[in-house]
Design a protein around this ligand. Structure first.
Ligand code: OAD
Length: 250
């Protein structure tokens, strides 16, 4: 792809960079997205699998789904998109990565500081009292295989953010603050349908940043972006990294 002079100029000037990622960045690692054709929410009901009400109604079903996703994520490998993002942080004085993904692939690609806005499937805590539950366990075919909290006997749940729940305060307030004050904001592989994360690129625009979207498909944010690159993140991010390296090394 030929990058415009504008874009090259923006990269040259940018000191503070914020990246927001969604499920699309892990698509080329073989993980399903949520809202694409064939994505999770075309097959399953999000309120059954990803809400406190759903967990209360059927904790075993919810756990079996998250356990299956955990296995798939553990067996997947970071793709060139994750790797390029991990390397990019070396080229800017300030660089912040916020992700809606729970799969830990950014960590495994070597990103040093990943702010997980929707938690992670690799940690668990008590549904009732919130106590972390660090032990390993395997969910089987019965309710009795779901661990209970040693403090209050509540069911242990995955440490992900479900519909109707608040995002982790620290990560979210930092995301707002950094989005409002950055020079360059990249929104990558997200449909921009889920708030408050979908608000972040708008905050960046209000703050005067150049906002670039990377997504093979148009989203509800596309028209507001300064540049929309309709390509897969695993293909275009290594090219963007190459440009950054050329410019920033000189
Ligand atoms: P979505 O499934 O809503 O959107 C994924 C986006 O990735 C779509 O816009 C695709 O066009 C794009 N995409 C697909 N392949 C891609 C590729 N190779 N490179 C780049 N982009 C690609 O996923 P999210 O926006 O992450 O929350 O969804 C946000 C939240 O909604 C998730 O964290 C999850 C979900 O419900 C909860 O479970 C609470």
């Amino acid at each position: 792809m030929d990058f415009s002079l504008d874009f090259i100029e923006i990269i040259k000037k940018s000191q503070k960079v914020v990246i927001l990622t969604g499920a699309g960045v892990s698509r080329e690692s073989g993980l399903d997205t949520f809202r694409d054709a064939g994505g999770y929410w075309s097959k399953y009901n999000p309120y059954e699998l990803a809400s406190p009400q759903g967990f209360r109604a059927n904790p075993l079903l919810v756990w079996q789904w998250y356990q299956a996703r955990k296995i798939i994520a553990s067996q997947a490998e970071p793709n060139p998109g994750h790797n390029a993002i991990a390397e990019m942080e070396n080229y800017f004085p300030e660089f912040y990565l916020f992700t809606q993904n729970v799969d830990r692939l950014h960590h495994r690609a070597g990103s040093k500081k990943v702010h997980e806005l929707h938690g992670t499937i690799f940690e668990s805590h008590c549904f009732d009292c919130g106590l972390p539950y660090p032990q390993d366990f395997e969910i089987g075919e019965t309710l009795a295989t779901i661990p209970r909290c040693p403090e209050c006997n509540g069911y242990v749940r995955p440490s992900v953010v479900w519909f109707g729940e608040s995002l982790p305060y620290e990560a979210l307030s930092m995301a707002y603050q950094k989005s409002q004050s950055c020079d360059l904001f990249l929104t990558i592989g997200t449909s921009s349908e889920v708030y408050p994360a979908a608000n972040l690129p708008h905050q960046a625009i209000y703050g005067g940043a150049y906002v670039m979207e990377i997504n093979p498909n148009e989203t509800s944010f596309t028209r507001d972006s300064n540049l929309s690159i309709r390509q897969k993140s695993g293909e275009i991010l290594p090219e963007i990294l190459r440009i950054i390296k050329e410019i920033k090394v000189k």
